[in-house]
Write a protein that binds this ligand. Structure first.
Ligand code: NAD
Length: 426
């Protein structure tokens, strides 16, 4: 490993540790506000289980590469744990732990009978063949098979994983158990028991949060200028929904850079040209950096890519009056405070992106009952969950005079805390 690569790794590990420690800080505040005991904080501040695995994969050139993966189960008092599997070069143990805690909170907010889980593999799928990805996906399932399952821990897609990867994982699990197990994983293709509306669920949920947030700020969505960081599953569908709603999407980005047009971008064209990793900017000559994109003059900013994007360094330069976090952990605690002081309405990740796990839950319910719903049924049920959750958290933030992130943690922690209490754990 070169010195540069080593420094990048150390930086990623530092950022993930900060993310995890900030999560614990907000959990502690929420536990105190809700009047729970110190023992409850001790229980909830770390995952109950964390499995680290090594996965040998035969590469196309005949060599064997050994990948490192994780599966974290934060709290299973309210039901099986649930959460995506991320394939990304910057995955770390601390990040996966933090992500599993946030899943407990999201499931609590949406009132789903689950606790939080999360998985990740350190890899770069953009540099792997289809065959290598399949062998890695199957290897991961074999490595974690003892602690996952339809009534134990149910994986789903996340960054750089998709319905094809879910299909391979479901097939591997079904082979190991010797029976068909569609309920083992969500985000599957429709023909394998996927739910209508799952692919767009996160973006739909974010859209509903934006609709509610503009009402609170007295802005008409049709007048709004929107900037979205990330053009993958969450960001690209969101851009489409905003464009179709009459809002002006003036900026989007991917890992390589951003596109900006103050008159509004041609979203249908960009959707047509983006690749399966959510990249499109390389097709254009005039691009801006992701840093510049975040500071564009706009009404609504949606970070929909990776964590740690809005920090104390750039929070003062954010022009948007509404920030809706589609990504997990895009804003640091320090930046959350700066934005709150500046009167920016921040809709936190654990609320804004809860649409994905909500429709994943609908998928699991449909798999368990073997009876499938129409897209309209899924959308109606999702809208109710998202609007109710937004209103509950917004009202709590007003009555307790706290920002929406802390209010969301207070609502989100309740289910796991009460279930742990009734089980006699604390
Ligand atoms: P994705 O892999 O489909 O797309 C990721 C996008 O982010 C791509 O456009 C990619 O180019 C861009 N990106 C990657 N690294 C970047 C960087 N360093 N700077 C700027 N852009 C970068 O992923 P997704 O499913 O859309 O997830 C995006 C975010 O939303 C993640 O934080 C994820 O955890 C969160 N999320 C997703 C879902 C879901 O159902 N997809 C649910 C909840 C939360």
């Amino acid at each position: 490993m070169s010195v540069q690569e080593m420094e990048k790794l150390q930086q990623q590990e530092k950022e993930s540790l900060n993310l995890f420690l900030s999560t614990q800080t907000v959990i502690e505040k929420a536990v105190k506000k809700m009047g729970y005991s110190d023992a409850m904080f001790e229980l909830l501040k770390e995952p109950l289980r964390m499995l680290k695995v090594r996965i040998p994969v035969k590469m196309d050139d005949g060599s064997t590469k050994v990948f490192t993966g994780f599966r974290s189960q934060h709290n299973d008092a309210a039901g099986p744990t649930k959460g995506g599997v991320r394939f990304h070069p910057s995955v770390t143990e601390e990040e996966v732990k933090a992500l599993s805690i946030w899943m407990t909170l999201k499931c609590g907010i949406a009132n789903l009978p689950y606790g939080g889980g999360k998985g990740g593999i350190i890899c770069d799928p953009r540099n792997m063949s289809f065959g290598e990805l399949e062998r890695l996906s199957r290897g991961y399932v074999r490595a974690v098979s003892q602690i996952v399952g339809p009534t134990k821990d149910i994986p789903a897609p996340d960054v750089y994983t998709n319905s094809q990867i879910m299909a391979w994982m479901m097939d591997e699990y079904s082979s190991l158990r010797e029976f068909d197990s569609p309920g083992f994983i969500t985000g599957k293709p429709i023909v394998l028991g996927g739910s209508q509306g799952r692919e767009t669920a996160t973006a739909r949920g974010v859209t509903i949060c934006i609709e509610e947030a503009v009402k609170k700020k007295g802005i008409a969505l049709t007048d709004a200028r929107i900037v979205i960081q990330g053009f993958g599953n969450a960001g690209s569908f969101l851009a489409k929904f905003m464009h179709d709603a009459g809002a002006k999407v003036i900026g989007i980005s991917d890992v390589y850079g951003g596109l900006y047009d103050p008159n509004g971008l041609d979203i249908d064209y960009l959707l047509d040209r983006r690749d399966s990793f959510g990249t499109v900017s390389q097709l254009f000559n005039h691009t801006i950096s992701n840093e510049e994109l975040l500071e564009l003059d706009c009404d609504i900013l949606v970070p929909a890519a990776i964590s740690n994007q809005i920090t104390e360094k750039n929070a003062h330069q954010i022009k948007a009056s509404i920030v809706v976090e589609a990504a997990n952990g895009p804003t640091t605690i320090e930046a959350t405070e700066i934005l709150a002081d500046r009167g920016v309405l921040l809709v936190p990740d654990i609320l804004a992106s809860a649409g994905g796990v909500t429709v994943s839950y609908f998928e699991w319910v449909q798999n368990n009952q073997g009876y499938y719903w129409s897209e309209e049924e899924v959308q109606t049920k999702l809208r109710k969950v998202m609007v109710d959750s937004f209103e509950t958290i917004y009202a709590l933030s007003q009555t307790h005079r706290v920002d929406m992130r802390l209010a969301a943690y207070m609502v989100g922690i309740r289910k796991a805390a009460e279930a742990s209490h009734f089980r006699g754990w604390v």
